[in-house]
Design a protein around this ligand. Sequence first.
Ligand code: PMP
Length: 355
Amino acid sequence: MVLKSVREAEKQIFDAEMDKEYPPITGYPEYNKLVAELIFGETSEALKSKRIFTTQSISGSGGLRVGAAFLYKYLPKKVMYYPQPTWGNHVPLFTAANFEMRPYRYLDPKTMTIDEIGMLDDIANIPAGCAILLHVSAHNPTGLDPTKEQWKKLSTVIKETGIFPFFDLAYQGFATGDLDEDAWPVRHFVEEGHKMLVAQSFAKNMGLYAERAGSCSLVSDTEESAVRMGTHMRRVVRFMYSVNPVYGARIVIAILSNPQLKAKWMIELKEMANRIRFMRFALRTGLEREGSKRNWEHITNQIGMFCYTGLSEEQVTKLAKDYGIYMLISGRASMAGVNSKNINKLVKSIIEVTS
Ligand code: PMP
């Protein structure tokens, strides 16, 4: 499904009969400005003092890959710590960029909550000079995000330990329906004075999956260092794939630079987030109503597109084989695929395989 705001932006682009010339290596300056304001906030002090360098990237994966190549050069220890579990492409992507990958505790599978003590303890023991990967919102695959209090603790321990934060912002607005609320952890870290990287994507929140519009931002401590580091980041893009694609970026510019269209998009984004929240509620209450003895609270405690159901490998296999319902073998289901037409079948099938 294509968002109405995106269709409207496409019409404007078509009518404007735009060229197909190469854009600047790091993307259109207008794109980078609008995107940086979306992530860091229009009133961000770091933006005003020009301490943030942003380049367009080939969606979120490209942002991670460009950021990884950049960081590899400057990080004292070439080791990246990632939450256990994490998105399936994180470890291969950073490994391909020559990082050694090591996990830190995140999910407590017994309670299906964040293992706060384990996570903070593991992070406190990371050697200085390494990097840490953090999902900003709608953690994939668990759907469990730290609370603001937990983010504050994370900021403190990361600063004390002397490790470099690399944020993955693939779902801004998708968790709560509010763009500012979902970006709060990043903004908090900036306020706390961290130097950091942020990879960002419009695949989910604008539904631009195939257009590959994203970004990579570096937050530095001075304008001079942001300019210097920006030159290196520009070289990374140039040598990796030369220039960025323009079509998705033009859609993003058309939406973010036009207050009416932006407002339309934000309403659509809220609707997507609310629909997913409603489906989580319908799934949990459906399972409870049908008499399941298991605890399904985690379905509504989690947030965002993915639901870590807690189903075993055997149960997932049975769901696929006997009921034609598919999810990852880890039990991660995409809530985007659940709707009022298939929810009853889903509930009944889960009851069958879990009783
Ligand atoms: N990070 C996470 C956590 C993701 O879930 C995804 C997409 N599934 C991405 C990054 C990258 O997405 P894309 O390259 O399509 O923007």
